[in-house]
Write a protein that binds this ligand. Structure first.
Ligand code: NAP
Length: 283
C-alpha cells in the first residue's frame, strides 16, 4: 500500500464475510489488525491467522458500554488506530409484522454500535491528524426494497451520520467512506439474517417471493468478498478517497436506477417543490 504503511486496523466482525476478508487482505499487506469477534473460538482462530499482528477482542456491538475500555486497551497496546471498519447484520420482515424490539436490535448493532466505536477512536485519529473510517453500509443505504425496511433504516441512518461526519473531519485529515456493497457471498443472507415471524396473510403475496428469492440467492451472489476487501484497501490508498464507494455491478445499476428515478420525480414535481418560498416582497 502507498499512503498507509504499517497501519493499525480495527475491524468488527472478523469471524466471517467482509470483515474476515478485509482482515486477511490487510494482514497480507503487512498491517496489524485488531479484529472483534463474539466467541473464544473465533478469537483463537483469528489470532492464529497472523501471530503477533492479528489481535482478537471479544465484542458484541450491542454492548456500547464496553467500547471505551476496548479502545483504550488498543491504544495502550498498539498506540494508534489508522483504520476503522464496521460490521452488522440484516433483518428481513415487513414493518407491520416485525416487532419494534427487532428494529431496536437492528439499530443497536448496525447503528449505535458503529457510532460508539467511531466516537471512541476519533480522539486517537484526531490527535495524529490521520485516519480513515470505512463504514460498511449497503446499497440498501441508498436504495430500498420491500421486506427489509428495518435494515434499510439502520443503513440510511449510517449513511446520514457518516456523510456528515466526513464533512466534520475534513480539516483533520481523517477520511470517511461509506461502502455500499451489493450482494456478496458471505453469511449475510444465511446464518446471520434475522427473519421476522410471518403472521399477516395479506403480506404473503409480497413477502413470499422475496423470502424465496433471497434464500435462493444465498451462496449465489455475484460479489467476491476478497475482491471487496481489495477494493476497500484501494480506497485507503487513494489520494482523494470517496465519501461513497458502491461495490458490485448489481449495486451500481440499482443505485443508478434510484438516482435517475429520484431526478425524474423531482423534475415532474419541480414547480410544486419550488412554489413554497416566500414571495419576493415578503423576504
Ligand atoms: P456475515 O458474513 O454474516 O458477517 C457478519 C459479521 O458481523 C460476523 O462477523 C458477525 O459475527 C458480526 N456480527 C453480527 N452481529 C454482531 C453483533 N451483535 N456484535 C458484534 N458482531 C456482530 O455478513 P457480511 O456480509 O460480512 O456483513 C458485513 C457487513 O456488510 C454488514 O453490515 C452487512 O449489512 C454489510 N453488507 C453485506 C452485504 C452482502 O451481500 N454480504 C451487502 C451489503 C452490505 P458472528 O460470527 O459472531 O455472528
Amino acid at each position: 500500500m502507498g499512503r498507509l504503511r504499517d497501519g493499525v486496523f480495527v475491524v468488527t466482525g472478523v469471524s466471517s464475510g467482509l470483515g474476515r476478508a478485509l482482515a486477511r487482505e490487510a494482514l497480507a499487506a503487512g498491517h496489524r489488525v485488531v479484529g472483534t469477534v463474539r466467541t473464544e473460538d473465533a478469537l483463537v482462530e483469528f489470532e492464529r491467522s497472523a501471530p503477533g499482528r492479528a489481535f482478537g477482542r471479544r465484542l458484541d456491538l450491542t454492548d456500547t458500554a464496553a467500547v471505551p475500555a476496548l479502545v483504550a486497551g488498543i491504544q495502550r497496546h498498539l498506540g494508534q488506530v489508522d483504520v476503522l471498519v464496521n460490521a452488522g447484520y440484516g433483518h428481513e420482515g415487513t414493518v407491520e409484522e416485525s416487532p419494534l424490539s427487532e428494529l431496536r436490535h437492528q439499530m443497536e448493532v448496525n447503528f449505535f454500535g458503529t457510532v460508539a466505536l467511531t466516537q471512541a477512536v476519533l480522539p486517537l485519529m484526531r490527535a495524529r491528524r490521520r485516519g480513515h473510517i470505512l463504514t460498511v453500509t449497503s446499497m440498501g443505504g441508498i436504495i430500498t426494497l420491500p421486506g427489509i425496511a428495518y435494515y434499510h433504516a439502520s443503513k440510511f441512518a449510517l449513511e446520514g451520520l457518516f456523510e456528515s461526519l466526513g464533512k466534520e473531519l475534513r480539516t483533520f485529515g481523517i477520511h470517511v467512506t461509506c461502502v455500499e456493497p451489493g450482494g456478496f457471498r458471505t453469511d449475510w443472507a444465511g446464518r446471520s439474517l434475522v427473519r421476522s415471524e410471518r403472521h399477516v396473510a395479506d403480506y404473503d403475496e409480497v413477502m413470499g417471493p422475496i423470502r424465496k428469492a433471497r434464500l435462493e440467492r444465498h451462496g449465489n451472489q455475484l460479489g467476491d468478498p476478497a475482491k471487496a476487501a481489495r477494493a476497500m484497501l484501494a480506497v485507503l490508498d487513494a489520494e482523494h478517497p470517496p465519501a461513497h464507494l458502491v461495490l458490485g455491478s448489481d449495486a451500481l445499476s440499482l443505485v443508478r436506477e434510484k438516482l435517475s428515478a429520484l431526478e425524474r420525480e423531482m423534475t415532474t414535481w419541480e414547480s410544486l417543490s419550488a412554489s413554497t418560498d416566500l414571495d419576493k416582497g415578503e423576504r
